[in-house]
Ligand binder design. Structure first.
Ligand SMILES: Cc1cc2nc3c(=O)[nH]c(=O)nc-3n(C[C@H](O)[C@H](O)[C@H](O)COP(=O)(O)OP(=O)(O)OC[C@H]3O[C@@H](n4cnc5c(N)ncnc54)[C@H](O)[C@@H]3O)c2cc1C
Length: 460
């Protein structure tokens, strides 16, 4: 029996034969995530319990096999791609909502639970889980922890790390431990905070305790069209500058909003330069006051149309258009490369102008979708990988956009992580000393470097 057969047998002993894949045709969907990066795993395994995960980690250590945790593969930085092969541990069968504790407003869930399912279950008790990535109907809470994911409503509520109390983790030596606490802040080193955003390089998260919030009494959703993207960007800066923090301020430029409208018939005014989707929440009286303040502020920026969702159906439709826009862009080109740079809000207008200049230089269409309130750009570079040279052009344009973001005081990623795709841009943002400090930390967790190798750190 060769090593691979012997390993296969040992994996089957842990999880059973139905939950291991070793044939290429079965593993092809695990080769990639939401990016164009690819890497074929040696094995894919779907454990059901934390103990099985720990046994798999020990086995991979014995055989010196890279270990790549995987949720739903919706990541947009190549994080779950096994670029050096290895054992992909897919958490999708660990998908139980263990407990909703109404008194403490918390939920305890397994790491493979889909983000939206937490809010769906919590809504039976008038509660919800705030971080809402646009992929929330598909991505797992474990993936959200690894990427410290954001979402439209994170403007007011904060990102994943602000809503996670405790995590159960399998460490690279197979030890099972908890970081954080179920209902209080713990003194000492915040290992919970260190782990969140470590992109699968510090261990595997298997259970999570999240905070739940009371659903707001009332919600108002506004769709505001502007004649130019600059007006929409400046209106965003002015709203927040006036001391108003809506629950969400999202933006789509003309290309994105026209595609979203064609896909959904949500009623987005066509041919406007850009639209803002603004949501405010709270008590009815506060909402009316805030809505009036926002109308006063945006008036300065020549809005060409203002719509207010008349009911929940219309509100859902506005959000369907925004959250489904990446799919809608498939009407224009078969492939996209999504950039995730984030800039200070005051620089939004200037950086968007530079993005437009760069798009013309490379002769590629860029559709801009933004978590505008956070200054988080998502220039979506549209291309056709069948056209020779287009993929390279798209990647180079993406790199140039990231440079512009950093030059304007921004960062490489607002929420999608560094992963494989952006690792070589890290020196734009971090000094050698910074990068070495990060490596020291990584080595403390994972001295053998088996956890998600090839990610985050630039290749020297
Ligand atoms: C259409 C679309 C819209 C999106 N919108 C948003 C958005 O609004 N905001 C946002 O932040 N992101 C967004 N994303 C990106 C993506 O959905 C998030 O990064 C999400 O958190 C990934 O979850 P996943 O379960 O798919 O993880 P995967 O893609 O499977 O993995 C992502 C990373 O997490 C690691 N990982 C996964 N599970 C675990 C675990 N249990 N323990 C340790 N490491 C683990 C993997 O190794 C990998 O590095 C979007 C993606 C798409 C396709």
């Amino acid at each position: 029996m060769d090593i691979s057969q012997s390993l296969n047998k040992k994996i089957i002993d842990i999880v059973g034969k139905d939950f291991v894949f070793a044939d290429k045709q079965d593993m092809v969907v695990y080769e990639s995530d939401g990016t164009h990066d690819k890497g074929m795993p040696d094995f894919v395994v779907l454990p059901r319990t934390t103990e099985e995960v720990a046994k798999l980690v020990l086995l991979a250590n014995e055989f010196e096999l890279p270990i790549i945790a995987r949720g739903s593969g919706t990541g947009l930085s190549g994080g779950a791609v096994p670029v050096h092969g290895g054992l992909v541990i897919s958490l999708n069968r660990m998908n139980t909502i263990i407990d909703i504790d109404v008194d403490s407003s918390t939920a305890t869930v397994e790491a493979g639970v889909i983000n939206l399912e937490i809010s769906n279950k919590a809504s039976e008790y008038g509660l919800f889980y705030a971080p809402d990535p646009s992929s929330q109907h598909a991505c797992t809470i474990g993936g959200n922890i690894a990427e410290n994911s954001g979402g439209p409503h994170c403007l007011a509520y904060g990102v994943t790390t602000n809503h996670v109390l405790a995590i159960e983790v399998v460490l690279p030596d197979g030890e099972i431990t908890w970081f954080g606490d179920f209902n209080k802040e713990v003194p000492g080193v915040d290992f919970r905070g260190l782990f969140i955003g470590s992109e699968g390089t510090f261990g595997i998260c298997t259970k999570v305790v999240v905070k739940l919030l009371q659903k707001p009494q009332d919600v108002k959703t506004m769709l505001i069209a502007f004649s130019s993207i600059q007006d929409a960007a400046n209106a965003t800066t002015a709203i927040i500058g006036a001391g108003i923090i809506p629950a969400a301020i999202e933006m789509m430029d003309k290309t994105a909003s026209d595609a979203a409208e064609e896909a959904t018939n949500a009623g987005i005014p066509k041919n406007s330069g850009a639209v803002l989707l603004i949501e405010i929440e709270g008590f009815e009286s506060d909402i009316n006051d805030q809505g009036k303040l926002i109308s006063d502020v945006i008036y300065e920026f020549n809005p060409v149309d203002i719509k207010i969702a008349k009911n929940d159906q219309e509100r859902d439709l506005f959000w369907k258009a925004r959250k489904g826009v990446l799919g809608a862009l498939g009407r224009i080109a078969p492939n996209y490369f999504l950039v995730d740079g984030t800039v200070p809000r005051t620089k939004l207008s200037a950086v968007l102008s530079e993005v437009s200049t760069l798009a013309k230089k490379y002769n590629l269409i860029v559709a801009n979708v933004l978590h505008a309130g956070d200054g988080n750009l998502h220039p979506c570079i549209l291309f056709d990988q069948q056209t020779p040279g287009d993929t390279d052009k798209a990647l180079k344009l993406g790199g140039d956009i990231l440079k512009v973001c950093v030059e304007n005081g921004g960062v490489l990623s607002g929420e999608h992580g560094i992963g494989y795709e952006k690792r070589d841009y890290m020196p734009l943002l971090f000094s050698e000393i910074d990068l070495n400090n990060m490596k020291i930390l990584k080595n403390i967790f994972d001295p053998d470097g088996l956890f998600n190798p090839g990610k985050i750190f630039p290749v020297e």
